[in-house]
Design a protein around this ligand. Structure first.
Ligand code: ADP
Ligand code: MG
Length: 676
C-alpha cells in the first residue's frame, strides 16, 4: 500500500466508511495520515475501581449486568455494573443500545470515560469500551481526538489509523538528513507516530515542532528558490535619468515624504540592474503610493521604456490615469487608459498607440492582459492593490514583454512581519511608514442604530462646512432576510429624508462603466455631497475633500476592509471622521473595538492575522491554501531557524531532486507565492 491509495483499500474500510471519509474531504491514505488530532485525552493510567476519582478515568473490568431501557421517546439508557475485584461501579450510556451486545460477560474490557456525579450518583458516563484482548484504540492510552467532520467519528479515524501504523512507521524521511540532525529533530515517521499514537505529552510536542518546522521550511525554501530564479533572469536595464526625476519632483503640488523618496530611490536603483526588480511597495492607505509609481514610470519613459499600471477596478484605473496624466503630460510623457469602458474605434486606436509606443504609460484594469494588447518595450509593470489579483493575472501581464519587466506590486494592506519573512520572502520590500504632512488622525466611532438622528446632524455639519461624505452599504438590492441596508434603499431614503436638501449620488458595481465614471467625477468635482456606495470605493479611490465616511452594518465587514474603507477619508488637512454603524444595539465586536482604537494599518494587520490566519490575508487566489496545519506564523523563533536552513540549502546549491515529497510541496508553494 502507498500513500496515494484510496482509503477503501484499507482493511476495515467498507463502502459506507469510505463515503463518510470522502464527505470529510479524506480520500487517500495520505489524507488520513495528515489528518492530525485536534487534541488529546489522557486515558493512559488504568486505575482500580476502589481508587477511582472524578475526571477522565480508565478501568479494566468485567460486566456483571447490562441492560437497556427506553426512558422516553428518543432516549434509551444502557446501564452496566462493572467489577474489577476491588469494587463495583455503574457505567451508563445514552442512546447506545448496541452496548448490550458488545459487553459480553465473559470478556474483560477497558473502559475510558468521565467519572462524574450525575443523576444523583457517581458513575462512568458514556465510556469507550474495548476488549482487553484487542489492541486498544480509544481506551488505555493517550487518546487522540480528531475533528468531527460531517458525522465522521473520532473513534473510526483512530481505528483506521491503527491499521495504517505499520505503513506510517515505514515512511521515509522528508527533510534533508543534515537538517534533521542539526536541529535534533525526530524522524518524519516518528513525528507522525508521536502525533497519532503518543505515549506522553512530550511526544506530542516533539512531533508538532518537527512538522511545524517542515511546513515553514517548505514555504521559506519556495520563496528563496523563487528569488534565486529571478536573479538568473535577464531584464531591461533602465539607467538613472537625474533630470527627468528632478523635473517630475519639482512640478509636484507637494513635497515628497522621506519615505516616498527612499522608496523611489529603491526603485530607481533596481532599474539600473539587468536583474528584473521584484519589489513590494507597502504603505498604509493614503500614504501616497501612486506618486511613487508615477515617478518611476516617468523615469522609465525618459529612457524609452513603456510602463503598464494595472488596477483592480475601473474607477481606480481611471482615477490613476487622471492623476498621472496631470503629473506626466506637462513633462511630455503620454498616458493612456484601457478599461472595459473604452469601446469601438477609440479602443482600436488605443491598441495601436500602445503597440507603436505612442503611449508611454498604459493604465488599465485586467483589460491590459487581453490577447489584443501588444506593448512596446514594456520595461516597468505596476500592480496596484496586488492582493486583488490572482497569480495567473499578474503573470499574464508580465509575459507581454519580450524580457521580464521590472515589477512593482503595491498594497495598502500592510504585511505583518512574519508574513513578510515567509510568504513574501522572495520580495524586496519598500515601506511608506509615514503619511503626508499635516494629516490629522481620523476620528473613528461605533454607533448603534437608535442614535442615528444625532449622527445625521453631525454629518450635515460637515457638509455645511463644504466637505463631502461617503455612505457605504453592502448589498445592491434590498434583502430583508439579511437585514442589510442596500445602496438602492439607502439612497432613496436619504434623498427624501434627512438629506433632502443635499445632492446625493449612487454608486455600485453593477452600473455601466460610463455611469460609474460620471458619478465618480461628479463626486470628485463636488457636484455631489453624499456618495451612497457599495464597497466598490473600497480600494484606492481618492477624493481629498471627503471627510466623513459612514459604514452601515459595520460589524459585517472584515478588519482589513474596514481600514481600507476608512482610508477613503483623511486625505487632506481637514479633520476626518469614520462612523461605524452597527446592525443592532448589541456590544461592538472585537474588530470594531480594534478599529476604533487604532488607525495604524500595521497594527491592525497583525490583529487580523491572528483573527483570520494567513491564507485569507495573502490574497484571493491563494485563499485558504496557505493556512498551515501545525505551524503558526507567530512562532518567530521557529521561523528564524527554518529561514536559516532554507537559505543555506539554496546557497549551497543542493538539489531538491533527491527529496521527492519536499520538492512537490515546494513547487506548489512556489506557484502560490510567486509574484512575478
Ligand atoms: P495610497 O497610498 O492610498 O494609494 P494615494 O497615492 O492615493 O495613496 O495618495 C493619497 C493622496 O495623498 C493623494 O491625493 C495624493 O495626491 C496625496 N499625496 C501623495 N503624496 C503626498 C505628499 N507627499 N504630500 C501631500 N499629499 C500627498
Ligand atoms: Mg492607492
Amino acid at each position: 500500500m502507498n500513500r496515494d491509495a484510496p482509503l477503501a483499500s484499507i482493511k476495515g474500510v467498507g463502502v459506507k466508511t469510505a463515503e463518510q471519509f470522502a464527505l470529510a474531504g479524506l480520500e487517500t491514505v495520505d489524507d488520513l495520515i495528515m489528518f492530525l488530532p485536534r487534541k488529546y485525552e489522557d486515558f493512559s493510567q488504568v486505575v482500580s475501581i476502589s481508587d477511582i476519582h472524578p475526571g477522565k478515568q480508565t478501568i479494566k473490568a468485567r460486566c456483571e449486568k447490562v441492560e437497556t431501557k427506553r426512558v422516553r421517546r428518543g432516549l434509551q439508557i444502557t446501564t452496566a455494573t462493572l467489577v474489577d475485584g476491588t469494587e463495583k461501579l455503574q457505567a451508563v450510556w445514552f442512546n447506545q443500545p448496541y452496548r448490550v451486545k458488545q459487553l459480553s460477560v465473559d470478556d474483560e474490557f477497558y473502559f475510558s470515560g468521565d467519572f462524574e456525579f450525575s443523576y444523583n450518583r457517581y458513575q462512568l458516563t458514556n465510556p469507550s469500551a474495548e476488549k482487553v484482548s484487542d489492541v486498544p484504540v480509544s481506551t488505555d492510552r493517550i487518546v487522540p481526538i480528531y475533528r468531527v467532520v460531517r458525522g465522521l467519528k473520532s473513534q473510526v479515524v483512530r481505528k483506521i489509523l491503527m491499521e495504517l501504523k505499520p505503513l506510517i512507521t515505514m515512511l521515509p524521511e522528508t527533510l534533508p538528513g543534515h537538517i534533521v540532525k542539526k536541529e535534533k529533530f525526530i524522524s518524519y515517521a516518528d513525528a507522525l507516530l508521536a502525533l497519532h499514537f503518543p505515549k506522553s505529552g512530550s511526544d506530542v510536542e516533539q512531533g508538532r515542532e518537527r512538522l511545524a518546522y517542515e511546513e515553514l521550511f517548505v514555504l521559506l525554501l519556495a520563496a528563496q528558490l523563487n528569488k534565486q530564479a529571478n536573479m538568473h533572469l535577464t531584464g531591461w536595464q533602465i539607467p538613472f535619468d537625474q533630470i527627468a526625476v528632478k523635473h517630475f519632483v519639482q512640478q509636484l503640488p507637494f513635497t515628497l515624504t522621506d519615505a516616498q523618496r527612499v522608496a523611489a530611490w529603491d526603485i530607481i536603483q533596481d532599474f539600473e540592474h539587468e536583474t528584473p526588480m521584484n519589489r513590494l511597495l507597502q504603505g498604509d492607505v493614503g500614504s501616497g503610493k501612486t506618486v511613487v509609481a508615477g515617478l518611476a514610470s516617468c523615469q522609465a519613459a525618459s529612457k524609452g521604456f513603456q510602463s503598464a499600471i494595472m488596477a483592480p477596478t475601473e474607477i481606480l484605473a481611471s482615477q490613476h490615469a487622471e492623476t498621472l496624466s496631470g503629473l506626466l503630460k506637462p513633462l511630455g510623457v503620454s498616458v493612456g487608459l484601457l478599461t472595459g469602458g473604452v469601446k469601438g474605434k477609440a479602443r482600436e486606436v488605443l491598441y495601436e498607440n500602445i503597440a507603436n509606443g505612442g503611449v508611454d504609460v498604459v493604465v488599465g484594469t485586467h483589460a491590459l492582459i487581453q490577447e489584443k494588447v501588444k506593448f512596446h518595450r514594456l520595461g516597468f509593470v505596476v500592480i496596484d492593490e496586488q492582493h486583488r489579483f490572482g497569480v495567473a493575472q499578474r503573470q499574464e501581464l508580465l509575459k507581454k514583454s519580450e524580457r521580464m519587466p521590472h515589477l512593482l506590486s503595491m498594497t495598502a494592506t500592510p504585511i505583518p512581519r512574519s508574513l513578510a519573512l515567509t510568504v513574501y520572502g522572495e520580495l524586496d520590500i519598500s515601506t511608506l511608514n509615514e503619511r503626508p504632512k499635516g494629516r490629522k488622525p481620523i476620528q473613528t466611532k461605533t454607533w448603534s442604530p437608535n442614535s442615528r438622528p444625532g449622527l445625521y446632524d453631525l454629518i450635515d455639519k460637515q457638509l455645511s462646512a463644504g466637505r463631502q461624505a461617503y455612505v457605504i452599504c453592502t448589498l445592491i438590492d434590498d434583502n430583508p432576510t439579511m437585514e442589510q441596508k442596500s445602496v438602492q434603499e439607502e439612497y432613496k431614503k436619504l434623498r427624501v429624508g434627512p438629506f433632502a436638501h443635499r445632492r446625493i449620488g449612487l454608486l455600485h458595481g453593477k452600473m455601466k462603466s460610463s455611469e460609474k465614471e460620471s458619478v465618480m467625477s461628479n463626486f470628485s468635482n463636488h457636484k455631489i455631497d453624499i456618495l451612497v456606495s457599495t464597497t466598490v470605493v473600497e480600494v484606492g479611490v481618492d477624493v481629498p475633500n471627503a471627510t466623513v465616511i459612514l459604514i452601515e452594518n459595520a460589524d459585517r465587514f472584515g478588519l482589513a476592509q474596514l481600514h481600507q474603507l476608512r482610508g477613503r477619508v483623511g486625505r487632506s488637512e481637514y479633520q476626518s471622521y469614520c462612523y461605524l454603524m452597527m446592525s443592532d444595539s448589541s456590544a461592538p465586536t472585537r474588530r470594531l473595538r480594534e478599529i476604533e482604537k487604532s488607525g495604524d494599518g500595521f497594527y491592525l494587520a497583525e490583529v487580523d492575522l491572528k483573527l483570520r490566519g494567513p491564507g485569507e490575508i495573502y490574497g484571493r487566489a491563494q485563499h485558504g491554501e496557505l493556512n498551515f496545519q501545525v505551524a503558526t506564523l507567530g512562532d518567530t523563533k521557529l521561523i528564524a531557524r527554518a529561514q536559516k536552513q532554507a537559505r543555506e540549502f539554496v546557497e549551497s546549491g543542493q538539489d531538491l531532486v533527491q527529496y521527492q515529497q519536499l520538492a512537490l510541496q515546494v513547487e506548489k508553494y512556489q506557484r502560490l507565492t510567486k509574484l512575478n
